[in-house]
Write a new protein. Structure first.
Length: 319
């Protein structure tokens, strides 16, 4: 797909902003170039996401646009650089990995270097990369580092402050948003094998099993604090459930992307289990007890240790 360019009005207001910060702060050329790249990337994303035909989309970006863009930055891209020996077996492997017909797999191999998969979680990108390398391919995973993500949010905040001062818009949509700090999702005492066993322990053939799988997958994907997890409200899940938006200390909002496994587990729970737990009551909480109320920290730790026993983990897990 052809990547759209930042349009005329966007280019103009970006240039005006860069001229202003250079005049006021005397930023170095490399810093100005990085600012330009970051703002143009946001502009291109807006144009593609909104399928905008008019110019000037960056000036009217909403808070929701910024949140979705920040979530987008957490995804990975797999770039296929080439193959040592693109024989029939390799072509068959590529066809299997990407579920392609044989002739289309041949064309893909002939087109390298090429982006073969984008907008992936880190786990998904790693799996595809490993399978391609096993087939003899040279692969590069491209992802935006946490440091770069933080810089982009900083640039956007400064840019929108400029627009407010110039009376080009009334508010700064980045105000109060703090980019997520990716914490440790499950206790450090657990090995990778323990974590996998724990995630698979709930019986998803039951209502509570669907809830518990969703809780564990969300915890593993986001690294939320237990208090944040049990107090998670329906309003803190984005409309399409790609991210959770947590209001932290001092009114700072953290935007935490959800991976595919967590999204699937949440969808299963919300579509098939939560309504049974809430019954005739009303509740804002995402995760409910059997009586339809919000979970407590104590109930969470009890649940976690129950599944640790089921999973054969010979350790007591405590806060």
């Amino acid at each position: 797909m052809k990547v759209p360019k930042a349009k005329g009005d966007d280019q103009a207001v970006i240039k005006e902003f860069l001229d202003a910060v250079w005049s006021a702060s005397g930023l170095r050329e490399n810093t100005l170039l990085a600012y330009r790249r970051d703002l143009q990337d946001f502009s291109r994303w807006l144009i593609e996401h909104k399928r905008a035909k008019d110019s000037g989309v960056i000036k009217t970006a909403s808070r929701a646009d910024v949140l979705r863009y920040l979530a987008h930055l957490s995804y990975s891209t797999v770039r296929l650089l080439g193959f040592d020996n693109a024989d029939i077996d390799v072509t068959k492997a590529v066809a299997e990995i990407f579920q392609l017909e044989f002739n289309k797999a041949e064309k893909l191999i002939e087109s390298v270097p090429i982006v073969v998969a984008a907008v992936l979680s880190t786990e998904e990108a790693d799996k595809i990369s490993q399978r391609l390398e096993k087939a003899g391919g040279s692969v590069k995973i491209e992802r935006v580092t946490a440091r770069t993500q933080a810089r982009r949010l900083s640039v956007l905040r400064r840019f929108f402050d400029y627009l407010v001062v110039q009376q080009l818009r009334a508010d700064n949509p980045t105000q109060g948003i703090e980019f997520p700090k990716f914490g440790s999702p499950l206790p450090d005492i657990l090995s990778e094998a323990d974590v996998i066993s724990l995630l698979e322990a709930p019986d998803i053939g039951t209502t509570l099993g669907l809830r518990d799988r969703a809780i564990l997958e969300t915890l593993y994907a986001t690294g939320l604090r237990v208090s944040e997890l049990v107090n998670l409200s329906m309003s803190e899940l984005s409309q399409d459930r790609e991210v959770v938006q947590i209001m932290g200390k001092g009114g700072r909002e953290r935007v935490v992307p959800l991976g595919n496994d967590a999204l699937h587990a949440l969808d299963e729970y919300l579509n098939y289990a939560r309504f049974k737990l809430v019954g005739n009551k009303t509740s804002k909480a995402v995760f409910l007890t059997q009586r339809g109320g919000a979970m407590t920290r104590q109930a969470f730790w009890h649940m976690l240790n129950k599944y640790a026993v089921i999973a054969g983990i010979g350790k007591k897990i405590s806060p």
